[in-house]
Design a protein around this ligand. Structure first.
Ligand SMILES: Cc1cc2nc3c(=O)[nH]c(=O)nc-3n(C[C@H](O)[C@H](O)[C@H](O)COP(=O)(O)OP(=O)(O)OC[C@H]3O[C@@H](n4cnc5c(N)ncnc54)[C@H](O)[C@@H]3O)c2cc1C
Length: 374
């Protein structure tokens, strides 16, 4: 006899998106979370650069990031300790890139978060920078490192404490709809609920197609990162993150080593992303061009998928063509830093409420998040 588990919400995917919305919903509803992997952070969530920046991304992302700041700075007690560590981000430009600094400063959502910095001061703070690559510099003082593991595990822990059930090793393989319920099968078990929350990251369009819902055209793009040794005898802990103004690379301290990314965005089918040798070589080359360091050994390398729709804002809302089918996807390269606000937005909209007012006050509307908004 097949066991059928009834719930109010079936969340598909237990990365930061699924964990966050489950945490918000579990206080009022019966929630099950289905995760294909044995480790919920195995895909994008466990592979990020862990940065919080309020000027990264477009206006919707910036609004969600600003609305996430209070939670990240002062997390609720049950989520646990400090989630942010001061980092500061330096945006560096050569003489020829001056107009790109000006273009960045033209945006009102940037100017209040950055200050100009003299080249000499930037080099004092990150002494490997080549002066000609950091002629013009902007500092985002409030940029922070996020403790992604603590945030993600905190969401999952609180969700479970409130009664949500997380099923790991539970790949959703079939989805059907009867009169008023979705029926979701993992092969071993069947789950029934009036609402599915599609938080399947790079696989979100695939989940829609399993359910007979038209895909949104979510495009996963691979991004590569490597870890190299710090220069000998230098404490790199206080260094800022350094981001090329044209976003062709970035680097930052990462537990005693230097994390470097070529900021690649290669369209890739959903998969267990692996780094490509060429992207690693590009990362090393751009880093060496901008600094006085030579990379002799790569200690660790990885890649992950950042998934986008055309306007590069997340998708959060019910599908107008499929009752009870809720999208929470396309967080791009911003899914960790926006998770606190986006989880609240998703929970409110999934329950048929309005967006929380602090999120609206930050310029985010239901329409700007809506699936099929184009
Ligand atoms: C190199 C890199 C750097 C980044 N840097 C930052 C950063 O500095 N700051 C920031 O905010 N963001 C950053 N990001 C982006 C961030 O990691 C993502 O936006 C975020 O992790 C997306 O979370 P998610 O839960 O949607 O996806 P995921 O973590 O991928 O979770 C989706 C889950 O769905 C599961 N799933 C898929 N299909 C099924 C199925 N059929 N059945 C059951 N489960 C299924 C998957 O197994 C997966 O665990 C970075 C990403 C990368 C790759």
């Amino acid at each position: 006899l097949r066991v059928v588990i009834e719930a109010d919400y079936i969340v598909i995917g237990a990365g930061i998106a699924g964990a966050g919305v489950a945490c918000e919903l579990a206080a009022h509803s019966r929630v099950v979370i289905l995760e294909r992997e044995s480790q919920p952070g195995y895909h994008s969530t466990g592979r990020s650069a862990a940065l919080f920046s309020e000027i990264y991304g477009g206006d919707v992302v910036r609004g969600l990031s600003r609305a996430s700041r209070p939670f990240l700075l002062h997390p609720p007690e049950d989520i646990g300790g400090a989630l942010l560590r001061p980092r500061g981000a330096l945006f560096i430009a050569s003489e020829e890139q001056r107009d790109q600094i000006d273009a960045m400063l033209a945006s009102p959502t940037v100017t209040s978060h950055v200050e100009g910095m003299a080249s000499a001061e930037a080099i004092r703070r990150v002494p490997i920078l080549r002066p000609e690559c950091a002629v013009h510099v902007l500092l985002e003082p409030f940029a922070h490192d996020i403790d992604v593991h603590a945030l993600h595990q905190g969401f999952l822990r609180v969700a479970r404490r409130q009664g949500a059930t997380l099923f790991n090793d539970a790949e959703v393989v079939a989805i059907e709809r009867d009169a008023d319920r979705w029926q979701v099968s993992t092969g071993d078990e069947t789950f029934r609920a009036p609402c599915i929350i599609n938080a399947a990251g790079a696989w979100a369009d695939g989940i829609a197609m399993l359910a007979g819902v038209a895909p949104l055209g979510i495009e996963p793009r691979r991004r590569t990162a490597i870890l190299v040794d710090a220069p000998q005898g230098i404490d790199i802990t206080p260094w800022h993150m350094v981001i090329a103004i044209d976003e062709t690379f970035y680097f930052k301290p990462d537990v005693g080593r230097i994390l470097i990314s070529p900021a690649d965005e290669t369209p890739t089918p959903p998969c267990d992303a692996q780094p490509d040798e060429l992207d690693i070589a590009i990362a090393v080359d751009r880093f060496e061009q901008a600094t006085t360091m030579r990379v002799t050994q790569i200690r660790h390398r990885w890649a992950g998928l950042r998934s986008f729709v055309a306007d590069r804002s997340p998708v959060c809302g019910y599908d107008p063509q499929a009752p009870g089918f809720f999208w929470l996807a396309a967080q791009g390269g911003y899914g960790i830093q926006t998770a606190p606000a986006l989880s609240r937005a998703a929970a409110a909209l999934a329950q048929g409420h309005e967006l929380p007012s602090d999120i609206v006050d930050n310029g985010v509307t239901e329409r700007s998040l809506a699936p099929r908004r184009a």
